[in-house]
Design a protein around this ligand. Structure first.
Ligand code: PLP
Length: 235
């Protein structure tokens, strides 16, 4: 587990250098550790290295880890596809949901958020690459969706999230992230969050204004099974 400690240090250095390279304050970029498929022991090792925010994609897996790690003060983020019949545990057990892409989901999260908890922090996922099979609302749908979500009582709309089409071309990476940034700025809402950038493109995301980078494999190593839709559905 000492490699997790080293990996966190390396990723924090990448974040700091990327922020400095674009004249940004490194504190304006937060590290979300994406721990899907990884055992609770790996999260415990990351916690020991100072990591507090964890992102999970699969509800049952996340709830099991939350129970195993109940002795730690962690902040849980949900970043995976959301089924409308699974919103209640999301509303009850997470501080953030980054992957809201339709109003029905947001309405259910707001209605099901327990009164004793603070508002649930929400990012709207936008399909900036316009891939037909991808989750995320279209840029055209975003203004109406954002206005409706911002009006819900138990949610706090924080900003936008995207998973652009993977590419090794840094200028294409930056163009997709820049699009998300422009969409955020085009909304007449006080949004402070851009959730964008993963292990292979965090530098481009930070250059274009990311406030959360969601990092999995660079912290925890390669995942044990491929992230196919069948692997997702099996959970
Ligand atoms: C898995 C995942 C990540 C992390 O990806 P890495 O390439 O392993 O850093 C980030 N965001 C989402 C939504 C993911 O599903």
């Amino acid at each position: 587990m000492s490699t997790i400690h080293d990996n966190i240090a390396k990723v924090r250095t990448r974040i700091r250098e990327a922020a400095q390279a674009s004249g940004r304050d490194p504190h304006g970029v937060q590290l979300l550790a994406v721990s899907k498929t990884k055992p609770a022991a790996a999260l415990r090792a990351a916690f020991a290295a100072g990591q507090r925010d964890f992102g999970e994609n699969y509800l049952q897996e996340a709830l099991a880890k939350q129970a195993e790690l109940a002795d730690l003060e962690l902040t849980w983020h949900f970043i995976g596809p959301i089924q409308s019949n699974k919103t209640k545990p999301l509303a009850e057990h997470f501080a953030w949901v980054h992957s809201v892409d339709r109003l029905k989901i947001a309405e259910r999260l707001s209605a099901q958020r327990p009164a004793e908890l603070p508002p649930l922090n929400i990012c709207l996922q936008v399909n900036v690459s316009l891939e037909p099979s991808k989750s995320g609302c279209s840029p055209a749908e975003l203004p109406a969706l954002a206005a409706a979500v911002a009006a819900l009582p138990n949610l706090r709309l924080r900003g936008l999230m995207a998973i652009p089409e993977p590419t090794a071309d840094v200028s294409a990476q930056r163009a997709a992230f820049a699009r998300l940034h422009q969409l955020k700025d085009s909304l007449p809402l006080p949004l402070d969050t851009l959730s964008m950038g993963m292990s292979d493109d965090l530098e481009a995301a930070i250059a274009e204004g990311a406030t959360w980078v969601r990092i999995g494999s660079a912290l925890f190593g390669a995942r044990d099974y491929p992230q196919t839709s069948s692997a997702r559905d099996a959970r």
